[in-house]
Design a protein around this ligand. Structure first.
Ligand code: NAP
Length: 242
């Protein structure tokens, strides 16, 4: 049985490693958003499938699909639902969101987050990824922004912005140092959940830095879709399919 694992997350890499170790034929699929992705164990394919039709055609080579894409990657999940419908068993592996801290300012969109951050501080630290940076320029163009991304964005950034290209995970101590050195007064982040990117929030809390948290986009409920939140549950589901 061949498994297609839609990845791009640490959970997807963990699942790929566990399935390969168990002798399961699993191919991981990455969007190709970063130049040098952290590769999972086992076979990997990179790049879009070409929408629902392309994915449906690709499924000829797989019997089972696990969608372990990022909680904010709605497009891939939506395509997987349609392509797999009445054709291939599909599992959604999605880590649990961070519980809301009443001290956070929550925002529904990146644009709302930019407006909220402009009200809350003058020295924002933006950690939302390269694809969304441009959304923050209108509200924060004259702020002393520190933006952290994996790869340099295509957009021209305002002169008052400083860009750091690096990739986590980061320790709480290094996040604290970064917030202190930059003198950040507001942190902007997505509610990605998990422990991987939590240290920046722990550091912000410790230093009394404001937090603007972008809520996860709502996913329409799908009665027929099995959803799990841990890698162990995903392994068990794949083994059941076997
Ligand atoms: P998306 O909206 O889910 O995907 C857009 C298109 O990219 C998909 O329709 C698909 O193209 C391709 N794609 C996405 N994931 C893929 C995968 N695992 N394998 C093959 N193709 C894939 O996701 P996005 O545009 O990358 O990102 C949306 C949000 O998620 C952003 O906020 C981003 O920061 C966040 N995010 C994404 C990733 C990631 O790995 N994609 C990782 C971390 C955070 P086709 O229609 O051509 O198949």
């Amino acid at each position: 049985m061949r498994v297609l694992l839609l990845g791009g997350t640490s959970e997807a890499r963990e699942l790929a490693a566990a399935l390969v170790a168990a002798g399961v034929d699993v191919t991981s699929s990455l969007a190709g958003r970063v130049a040098q992705p952290r590769l999972p164990v086992g076979p990997v394919r990179i790049g879009g499938f070409g929408g629902v039709d392309g994915l449906r055609a690709a499924l000829a080579d797989f019997e089972v699909v696990v969608d372990a894409t990022h909680p904010f990657a709605l497009g891939m999940s939506a395509n997987a639902l349609v392509a797999c419908n009445n054709f291939r068993p599909l599992l959604r592996l999605e880590r649990t969101a961070w519980p809301i801290d009443p001290a956070w300012c929550e925002a529904d969109t990146h644009a709302d987050a930019a407006a909220a951050a402009a009200r809350l501080g003058r020295r924002p630290f933006i950690t939302v990824g390269r694809q969304e940076l441009a959304t923050f320029i209108a509200d924060l163009g004259d702020h002393a922004v520190l933006a952290r991304v994996v790869d340099t964005p295509d957009v021209v950034l305002p002169r008052s912005w400083e860009l750091i290209t690096s990739r986590g995970p980061y320790s709480e101590a290094s996040e604290r140092d970064l917030l202190r050195t930059h003198r950040s007064d507001v942190l902007i982040t997505k509610n990605s959940g998990g422990s991987y990117t939590w240290p920046k929030l722990a550091a912000a809390q410790e230093l009394g830095v404001n937090v603007v948290m972008i809520r996860r986009p709502a996913r329409p409920p799908q009665a027929e879709l099995t959803v799990v939140s841990s890698v162990d549950e995903a392994i068990a589901w794949v083994q059941e399919q076997l």
